[in-house]
Each structure stands twice: as structure tokens, then as C-alpha cells.
Design a protein around this ligand. Structure first.
Ligand SMILES: C[S@@+](CC[C@H](N)C(=O)[O-])C[C@H]1O[C@@H](n2cnc3c(N)ncnc32)[C@H](O)[C@@H]1O
Length: 259
């Protein structure tokens, strides 16, 4: 049942969606005026009728909805890339994940959701104003307690061989490859997001100097389709490029018998 103060995704008859908190404040579109208090005690999926007879549907927000609706003050990582990042970094309940480049907290939100109440996400951000927005986004979705915020990472992270995965999303990630290697537990994955090909080349050059194996670079393309069953076909427009993704795994270097 929907409670007062709960977040609800309102879906209009025209297919627009709005993430709103159920409370005193009414909800208004250009067409109608809706009294959200009428949703209290109703199940998700209920229909709310406005003063002029228009309808909105009260949906349970998913983590995807949260990501699409969060407050943005920087470039963010989108769900198409985040889903794959979570799998490649093996982010799940109880894990400790380190990211550098909190930004608006888009990837951070997904990490915090995936690690569960027993897990931790350590996130480095040099700009206090971005940290503040990311913190607000996490608080809005009830995930702030799983996250530890830290400031600028210059050439190292405070964590040493203690995290299950590292992700770098900043302009010059190659400056933190050694730091990532030191922070990771042996055998664990590093992921890097790189908008341009030059950044990929620079990162690959530096990566070659450290004990990592299984390096892959890839890009994810996503195409939406029109859902008219009589004229089923792709949408006319498509996002051509967001970023390249690089994944690799830490090894500990050679060890010899008796050492
Ligand atoms: C593209 S944004 C990250 C977006 C974020 N991953 C998201 O999904 O919302 C890159 C961020 O890295 C931060 N940054 C750059 N260099 C940094 C450093 N050395 N230490 C900490 N943060 C850094 C920038 O201030 C910026 O907010």
C-alpha cells in the first residue's frame, strides 16, 4: 500500500512520467490537477483521476526510474552502461566497491542499491558541490547509509588491497591505475569509463605497466523500438555514443615456491 511520504512514479495517459513524493503538495500537469493524498492506503498500480477527469497511474518506481530522474550536475553514466558494469564488476550483496568520480551519483546509486545493507561503496569526488548533490540523490532514494564519501584522489586511494571492485570515471583515469591496483584485492576487477578513443589509448598504455590481465574494451549500443504491433520497427532516433568501457583484472605478480 502507498504510504505518506513515499516516492511514486506517476505515469500519464500521454506516456510521460514523474517521480513524486506523496504528501500535502498536489501534482499538476498542463492538463489537470491531482490530489496525491487520495493515493494513501491504495495499492501501487492504482489510477488517480484529476479534477478535469484526466488519469495518472501510480507505479512503483524501479532503480531504473531513480537513475533517469536523479538531479544531474555532471555528465552521468546511463542505465545501458550501468547494467553491464554491475555484472563485470560482480557488484552484489555484501561487496565493497570503490569508485572515483562521484559526479551526480548515477553509478553510485546503482552500486549502493546492488551492494545491499551489508555492503559498502567508497566514492571519491574532488568537488564538494557535486558531492552534495550525489548525497541528496542517495538520501532521496534511501541509500545514503551504504556510502562513504571521500575527497580528491591525487595519486592514491586510502584503501589498500581491501576492495572487491574499482571503477574510474574521471577525465584522466590513467593517473589512478596504480592506485586502483593497490586498492583491489587480488583477482578482482577494475572498470573504466572513457568517452573518447584518445583516453582509451592513454589508459591502455599505462595499464600495460601493471599486473592486470584479461583487458577488454567495448561499447554498448541500445536501440528502442516503436511498440505499434502493426508497424513494429526501430525508433527513428538513437543515441550514437556514450562512452567506451574498459575492464581488466588485477593479478598479484609472480610468486615463487618458498617465498
Ligand atoms: C563524469 S563525472 C562522474 C559521473 C558519475 N560517474 C555519475 O554517474 O554520475 C566525473 C567526476 O570526477 C570528478 N573528479 C575528477 N578528478 C577527480 C579526482 N582526482 N578525485 C576525485 N574526483 C575527481 C569530477 O569532479 C567529476 O565530478
Amino acid at each position: 500500500m502507498i504510504k505518506e511520504g513515499e516516492l511514486v512514479l506517476l505515469y500519464t495517459e500521454e506516456g510521460r512520467s514523474y517521480l513524486v513524493e506523496v504528501g500535502e503538495r498536489p501534482f499538476q500537469t498542463h492538463k489537470d490537477h491531482f490530489d496525491l493524498k487520495k493515493l494513501i492506503g491504495k495499492p501501487f498500480g492504482s489510477t488517480l483521476v484529476g479534477q478535469k477527469g484526466n488519469k495518472v497511474y501510480a507505479l512503483k518506481p524501479t532503480i531504473y526510474d531513480f537513475l533517469m530522474k536523479l538531479k544531474r550536475v555532471t555528465q552521468i553514466i546511463y542505465p545501458k552502461d550501468i547494467g553491464y558494469i554491475l555484472l563485470r564488476l560482480n557488484v552484489g550483496p555484501g561487496k565493497t566497491v570503490l569508485e572515483c568520480g562521484t559526479g551526480s551519483g548515477s553509478l553510485l546509486l546503482a552500486f549502493a542499491f546492488a551492494v545491499g545493507p551489508e555492503g559498502r561503496v567508497i566514492t571519491y569526488e574532488k568537488e564538494p558541490r557535486f558531492q552534495k548533490v550525489a548525497q541528496e540523490n542517495l538520501t532521496r532514494f534511501g541509500l545514503a547509509e551504504r556510502v562513504i564519501f571521500k575527497g580528491e584522489a591525487r595519486d592514491h586511494f586510502e584503501e589498500q588491497e581491501e576492495v572487491d571492485a574499482v571503477f574510474l570515471d574521471l577525465k584522466t583515469p590513467w593517473e589512478l591505475i596504480e592506485a586502483a591496483w593497490r586498492a583491489l584485492k587480488g583477482g578482482c576487477p577494475l572498470g573504466v569509463l572513457l568517452p573518447t578513443a584518445n583516453q582509451v589509448s592513454e589508459t591502455l598504455k599505462v595499464l600495460a605497466r601493471y599486473p592486470f590481465v584479461g583487458t577488454q574494451v567495448l561499447e554498448i549500443m541500445l536501440r528502442f523500438y516503436k511498440t505499434n504491433p502493426e508497424r513494429f520497427r526501430p525508433e527513428d532516433r538513437m543515441i550514437g555514443h556514450t562512452a567506451y568501457l574498459l575492464f581488466t583484472r588485477k593479478i598479484k605478480g609472480e610468486s615463487h615456491d618458498g617465498e
